[in-house]
Design a binder for this molecule. Structure first.
Ligand SMILES: [Cu+2]
Length: 323
């Protein structure tokens, strides 16, 4: 089944550049859990119970499957207060020797404004989302290509990580990706049917509460929220449950396969998404989202990408069972 999005998301799929499949078998199954991986230190315990998931917001994208509004019941679970940072991901790589999919493919998608003019001009871009450039050597360690590094942003979210990479990190850390329902429950922070994790106004009292695009997308970002690209994982005020940057900053992978329709008549208790699919759910939007184009920094907004895709605006946070 194809995704009938009318306005494409601000991320890009690896297959758009003509790639078919990963060049080597995934190493996720070879990753072992680290010592002490059962510890839940630093995670947020959430009670679960009933909540209203989805939206019929007229600012939304119904074709993404944001509705219907439905009552969902969840078991208790743990979730991380923030996305996995470069620092944490580096520790994972150092201890396991894991090689990400962007590194194995040899390239990833970089946003055009982060490249010098000649590189941006000569690079392959993605039809429909031409601001994404296929850059050889771009990866989590080199987010804008081989000459770039992350030493000045170790507290920023790791990016250029695929769903498969995220699953491998989760396995090593003794955690898992949140289900889409868990993600939305946690992101709402205890509020009921609000547009954002803090309420219905984007900038209460004129204050920026998340890292999205300001200005004319995709050419001019005035960065009045403080950032053109990623922000540190604990930027801005946390939501009512203590989660940082649930909307904006980077898209976050969820465990579920994506379907725009499966949930309409789907399970209402601990939903896990469809049994199979081609793309995995991403939630939260990114620093590239803007009302004029990809208005997906709303808490009920959804998107998806193939499990081997990676871009400079996609990351993840971990969850865990509460037992
Ligand atoms: Cu977006």
């Amino acid at each position: 089944m194809t995704n009938p999005q009318l306005k494409p998301c601000c991320a890009a799929r690896r297959t758009s550049a003509g790639e078919q499949a990963a060049p080597a078998p995934l190493s996720e199954l070879n990753v072992a859990a680290k010592p002490g991986a059962s510890s839940r230190e630093g995670m947020i315990y959430l009670d679960g119970g009933e909540f209203w998931m989805g939206t019929d917001d007229r600012e939304g994208f119904p074709q993404d499957g944001e509705g219907p509004i439905r009552k969902i019941t969840l078991k208790p679970f743990y979730i991380d207060p923030c996305a996995v940072s470069n620092e944490r991901f580096e520790q994972f790589v150092n201890e396991t020797g894991y090689v990400t999919e962007a590194e194995r493919f040899g390239w990833s998608y970089v946003f055009h404004l982060f490249l010098d003019e000649a590189t941006a001009r000569d690079a392959v871009s993605v039809p429909q989302v031409p601001w994404w450039k296929k850059i050889d050597g771009a990866s989590w360690k080199h987010p804008e290509g081989p000459a770039s590094g992350i030493t000045d942003r170790m507290d920023h979210p790791v990016v250029h990580v695929s769903w498969n990479d995220a699953a491998a990190y989760c396995k090593w850390s003794g955690k898992r990706l949140p289900t889409e329902a868990e993600w939305e429950y946690a992101a709402r922070g205890g509020l009921v049917q609000k547009r954002y994790p803090w309420g219905d106004l984007l900038k209460p009292d004129g204050e920026h509460r998340c890292n999205i695009w300001q200005g004319k997308f995709p050419l001019k970002n005035n960065a009045s929220d403080g950032y053109i690209g990623t922000a540190p994982v604990m930027s801005y005020q946390p939501n009512g449950y203590g989660l940082f940057n649930v909307v904006g900053n980077v898209w976050e992978w969820c465990a579920d396969w994506f379907s725009p329709t499966f949930h309409i008549d789907g399970p209402r208790v601990d939903p896990q998404g469809p049994p199979n699919g081609q793309a995995r759910v991403m939630r939260g939007g990114s620093y590239l989202c803007h009302k004029s184009y990809c208005n997906r920094y709303r808490v009920a907004a959804r998107s998806s990408n193939t499990p081997d895709s990676s871009t400079g605006n996609m990351g993840f946070r971990c969850a865990a069972d509460a037992e």
